[in-house]
Design a protein around this ligand. Structure first.
Ligand SMILES: [Zn+2]
Ligand SMILES: [Zn+2]
Length: 165
């Protein structure tokens, strides 16, 4: 059902895609399946990242703010999810002002032998007491070429050539 895109080392096999210290079943899956509501903007952001990893385009579409939803389609989302091989999520910080909640994060992904980052500050709002993703500002991020014998940036501890290379 959930198409795991990358090969974790065995003791990380059940960890959530969002790099939380719990399993996918306990962390993002219940939020994605609707069993549990995201209790914060950060939790919603994590669940959307995991939904990209599991290619759940419908969830991603449904968690856009209503004002944004018409600008996206599940096929566009799926296309992006299929193009990008996400390997890691770093939450930089989460904070709020009087109007919005913000999460700044780095979503690491691989494009061939390049390690790239989607570094974004996202804005979230509550709609009918549910957290929704409104929009985000992107930061410029470096692309780093990975050598075949370098340690893989996915944190597996393996050499790139034996992991994602
Ligand atoms: Zn998670
Ligand atoms: Zn790897």
């Amino acid at each position: 059902m959930y198409n795991r895109q990358y090969d974790f080392i065995s003791n990380k096999a059940t960890m959530c895609y969002c790099n939380n210290l719990s399993t996918f079943d306990e962390c993002c899956k219940p939020v994605i399946t609707g069993l549990r509501q995201a209790s914060s903007a950060e939790q919603l952001m994590r669940s959307r990242f995991s939904a990209y990893c599991t290619k759940d385009a419908e969830y991603i579409l449904n968690t856009y703010a209503s004002s944004q939803r018409a600008m996206h389609t599940t096929s566009d989302i799926l296309q992006f999810a299929n193009e990008v091989n996400f390997i890691k999520l770093d939450i930089i910080h989460a904070y709020s002002d009087s109007e919005y909640d913000y999460v700044e994060f780095k979503a690491h992904y691989l494009a061939g032998d390049k390690h790239c980052q989607l570094h974004e500050q996202s804005r979230f709002i509550l709609e009918n007491e549910k957290w929704k993703y409104l929009d985000g500002d992107l930061f410029e991020s470096p692309e780093v070429k990975i050598g075949r014998n370098d340690i893989c940036p996915c944190n597996s501890g393996k050499k790139f050539k034996k992991c994602h290379g």
